[in-house]
Design a protein around this ligand. Structure first.
Ligand SMILES: Nc1nc2[nH]cnc2c(=O)[nH]1
Length: 507
């Protein structure tokens, strides 16, 4: 029996920003042929060899369209969608104490996990992203049932995602500076009591990971990764074990790294004579599969080590501004050869997952303070970070990141006349980064399937799901927030004082 031919779509004469090896971010006119899940051809219309449609091919006159690879969000926390809008800008250490739910908050019901993940996916697609590296682990705890719900929700919306299990085996008192000074005794005790010894946490975490990895297997667009949350939040044993396992399974290893100046200061006590990056290098944790979020407070030697290891830093410029974390050394990183990808970070430190916003902010955030404007980010670098480098950071470079024959058809289709962002059309790459906000997106394709058209999901009943999300989220938050808010308000003055003291210690 002959197998039926795969469906084909041919966009004729599209403006294309392919981010492939030959063209990089330079726009050109091309015919783009998709067959089944994959890109078959991206043929420059000025050259011979344009694809000929077979009978049954859907042919689109794309002369008014711009086609780009889907953006890759290389660092986010989808679960923070629930916390959107709960906090004004605050420094990370204060934000962690005041904005993250304290011990004792009820587990999030499975249905709410599903619904908030659908929101994350739809918001991402509308913001131009087709792939996420979602540091899914959440307070107050992750379970196989919870992460299975995340997988199901991403699968239902058609988006591509690597979802992490997040590990922490250091009690809050030891991982957050001044936590012991400012948290009430009962919160500290609860936090300590809920944190079994490291060996027990590790057993539970790696057992959870084995199950999560198996649960991800049926989904073609979902992968699992390990995320020891941050060097200050895990023991060295945990880090090394996670790094070994990630290598063994060919997975991404995700972590947070040197997001704040305080982390750098405190590391001097914890790792005498070494920076955190030097310590990670000595442990054997650095490597091409490591994606470290933030990477702001790095020394020139740290940059050399990161570059030599092939690790990627996922830059989150909007979150860095909201939390006042500092400015990632963009030019020094590029000069040193460090791979840089881009992330939105969580929806309570951004507060959206729109990657087009992240592109623009990246292009703007590094112009301050350096009069040598040739060192400022190039639009081509920003687009490369948001696509090719992101795909590698998220563990998907075998499938996505550029419009290249053989890769998946993960394509964002912009209607150049839908808004004024591309009017007049002078330089599509500049206008994509600086003028477009997602409103010109006509369609988003993932794995050769149109998953968003005219801003609406083609796969799920958005209106029903969002209405259900609003109701479920309000019910959960109304039950949890008042007590948490009372605690926050009572703690804030002490936290502020302790934070300021830690930032600029006397003498
Ligand atoms: N920005 C930021 N967000 C987080 N969400 C959970 N952990 C972190 C962190 O270390 N930094």
């Amino acid at each position: 029996m002959r197998t039926p031919p795969l469906p084909q779509t041919l966009w004729r004469n599209a403006l294309v920003i392919a981010l492939d090896e030959a063209h990089g971010a330079t726009p050109f006119r091309a015919d783009v042929l998709v067959e089944g899940a994959d890109i078959r051809a991206v043929a420059d219309v000025s050259l011979p060899g344009r694809p000929v449609p077979s009978p049954g091919t859907t042919v689109v006159d794309a002369s008014g369209l711009l086609l780009t690879p889907g953006l890759v969000n290389a660092h986010t926390h989808s679960w923070e969608i629930l916390l959107r809008g709960t906090s004004a800008p605050l420094p990370l250490e204060v934000w962690t104490l005041l904005s993250y739910p304290p011990t004792g908050v009820a587990p999030v019901p499975s249905r709410l996990v599903h619904l908030r993940t659908v929101v994350a996916a739809l918001e991402s697609l509308r913001g131009g992203a087709t792939t996420l590296l979602d540091d899914t682990g959440e307070l107050p705890g992750q379970t196989p049932a919870g992460i299975a719900e995340v997988f199901r929700a991403y699968d239902a919306t058609g988006i591509r995602a690597t979802c992490t299990g997040t590990g922490i085996d250091v009690p809050i008192v030891d991982r957050l500076p001044f936590a012991d000074e400012v948290l009430p005794a009962e919160v500290l005790a609860a936090s300590r009591d809920s944190m079994p010894p490291s060996a027990v946490v590790q057993e539970a975490f790696f057992a959870f990971s084995a199950e999560a990895r198996m649960l991800a297997r049926p989904y073609p667009r979902i992968r699992y990764a390990l995320s020891p949350s941050a060097p200050q939040r895990v023991t060295d044993e945990f880090l090394v074990r996670a790094a070994d396992q990630a290598r063994e399974h060919g997975e991404v290893l995700h972590t947070h790294l040197l997001e704040t100046k305080l982390q750098q200061t405190l590391a001097r006590g914890r790792y005498p004579g070494r920076t955190i990056v030097e310590h990670l290098d000595a442990l054997g944790v650095l490597g091409p599969n490591l994606t470290a979020a933030h990477g702001i407070w790095l020394t020139p030697h740290d940059l050399e080590l990161l570059a030599a290891s092939g690790a990627t830093v996922a830059h989150n410029p909007i979150s860095n501004l909201k939390l006042g974390s500092g400015t990632l050394p963009w030019r020094a990183m590029h000069d040193a050869g460090v791979r840089v990808a881009l992330g939105s970070d969580g929806a309570s430190s951004n507060d959206t997952m729109r990657m087009l916003d992240v592109l623009k902010q990246t292009a703007l955030a590094h112009t301050l303070g350096d009069p040598d404007y040739r060192r400022w980010p190039l639009v081509s670098e920003v687009l490369h970070a948001g696509t090719v480098a992101g795909a590698r950071a998220a563990g998907w470079s075998d499938r996505t990141g550029s419009l290249t024959p053989g890769l998946a058809a993960d394509i964002v289709v912009y209607d150049l006349a839908a808004t004024t962002a591309f009017t007049p059309l002078n330089d599509a790459a500049q206008q994509l980064v600086f003028a477009e906000n997602g409103a010109s997106i006509a369609e988003v394709w993932v794995d050769g399937r149109c998953v968003l058209r005219g801003g609406r999901s083609t796969l799920v009943d958005e209106d029903a799901l969002l209405a259900e999300f609003r109701a479920e989220a309000s019910a959960y938050l109304e039950a949890q927030l008042p007590e948490w808010r009372r605690l926050q308000e009572s703690l804030e003055p002490a936290i502020r004082e302790a934070y300021l003291r830690a930032w600029s210690p006397a003498g």
